[in-house]
Write a protein that binds this ligand. Sequence first.
Ligand SMILES: Nc1ncnc2c1ncn2[C@@H]1O[C@H](COP(=O)(O)OP(=O)(O)OP(=O)(O)O)[C@@H](O)[C@H]1O
Ligand SMILES: [Mg+2]
Length: 259
Amino acid sequence: MQTAGAALHAPDSLAVVARSLTVELGGKEALTDLSFELPTGSSVALLGPNGAGKTTLFRAAVGLVQPVSGSIEPGSGPVAFVPQRLELEPSFPATVRDVVRMGRYGELGWLGRFGERDRALVDGAIEELGIAALAERRFGDLSGGERQRALLAQATAQDARLLLLDEPFAGLDAPTNQALRDRIRRWRHEGRTIVVATHDLQSASRDYDLVICLNRRLVAIGPPAEACTEEVLGETFAGRVVRVGELLIDTAHHHHGAG
Ligand SMILES: Nc1ncnc2c1ncn2[C@@H]1O[C@H](COP(=O)(O)OP(=O)(O)OP(=O)(O)O)[C@@H](O)[C@H]1O
Ligand SMILES: [Mg+2]
């Protein structure tokens, strides 16, 4: 990460290290004194209500916002960040294939030559996300879900050690949702670290090694059995989580589908 001075890089066994991280936005604290470590090779669900600071945490991790105090450092290796859908620039003129190819630029540099391996990673990602038929279309002309698939293909092509996915399931159709679940599982088996911001409490408590419960400050971090208790979720979501039979529901989100 691009902080001033000698960056204190995390050891290889850690994919992210946050130390007393505090971030202010518009004069208000968006994140307060967060400290945690994410082991390399884990899948992590990031839970919290709207405005909890999930996106801010990702932006701080990739250096798009600077902390007022404390730090957050990714471990070594390329980092892929797939932004939340609402933040995407819809009038982007590039084709879908261009967007996926951009996933390779971080490693190559803008002047680097695109080689066999790069081409194979791009083609494989396009195939995997089922966007071959869209490859020559303008990214800006795609539907929201199609754009999301293109950005996930970009992240796949990037061959990153750490993937930060901001509500990647929001707006995906059922087959793409399944493809992304499979992809996350495979990334994990490949030893990569995946952090997924989500409003899907069921999935968070079932599908991930670790869960972070965030509401500007760190409410809990741990395996789902520890971090997805009714008590912790009640505190994280300020009483807006209700139990319906076996289901825990974030009442702010269940009307328009979980992200
Ligand atoms: N550029 C900005 N200037 C001022 N305040 C901001 C800015 N960006 C975000 N905020 C505020 O920071 C807080 C955290 O926002 P953030 O986008 O990180 O939340 P989030 O957990 O990602 O929410 P959501 O679930 O809606 O995506 C919110 O109160 C938000 O209004
Ligand atoms: Mg967000």
